[in-house]
Design a protein around this ligand. Structure first.
Ligand code: 5GP
Length: 188
């Protein structure tokens, strides 16, 4: 079995145990608060959301359904592949197109850790000449952050934990849990 729930709010995802960190009701409140701020800031505009796959598919979908402002939604993904050198790992952006030019972009990300993913995307976006770019993330690991871009809409700052659920995976599994769980390294 890939994952299971027991009666102490611990889950098993593949070979590891996780314990409840944030309930879905609290997640919903946080997403509502972000949507409210975006509604104010983008009144009269039609921002284009760029959700970063895979993790942000749930956050993006929840966020846009709470908005009053009109918006468009698209997704991008960094696909890793190996270059000519066997050890050379390069990330390639897929999913962007010319619709970016002159648009107000809101990047939607599930979790910002080092910030490397979004820093890459910000850099890649420049050539498409957006009118503006802002960032909405559900979770932010401030202690791990190594970049200097501003996060305009930050749902929740969390310590340097490994979390799953609400779009976040462990080895491909666990994204579908509505609550968020943290790695539990105590004895079973
Ligand atoms: P960054 O590029 O900011 O270091 O990392 C961003 C990506 O790393 C996220 O989109 C997510 O895929 C992954 N990530 C970072 N921290 C966690 C975590 O605690 N749990 C999971 N499941 N993924 C994480």
């Amino acid at each position: 079995m890939v994952m299971s729930l027991d009666n102490t709010s611990r889950i098993k995802v593949r070979d590891k145990f996780f314990r409840l960190y944030l309930r879905k009701e609290k997640i919903d409140e946080i997403v509502c608060a972000i949507a409210g701020r975006i509604d104010v800031d983008y009144a009269g505009k039609t921002p284009l959301f760029l959700g970063i796959l895979n993790g942000a598919f749930i956050f993006t979908s929840d966020l846009v359904r709470k908005l009053q402002v009109q918006c468009e939604i698209s997704f991008v993904k960094y696909a890793s592949y190996h270059g000519l050198e066997s050890s050379e790992k390069i990330s390639r952006l897929i999913g962007l197109n010319e619709k970016i030019k002159g648009r107000d972009i809101i990047i939607a990300e599930d979790i910002v850790d080092t910030g490397f993913t979004i820093a890459n995307l910000l850099n890649d976006l420049k050539q498409y000449e957006p009118a503006s770019v802002s960032i909405a993330c559900f979770c932010f690991k401030k202690e791990s952050f190594r970049e200097d871009f501003k996060i305009n809409y930050c749902g929740l700052e969390i310590p340097n934990l490994f979390v799953v659920g609400y779009g976040l995976d462990y080895d491909g599994a666990g994204r579908n849990f509505p609550d968020i769980y943290q790695l539990d390294e105590s004895d079973v």
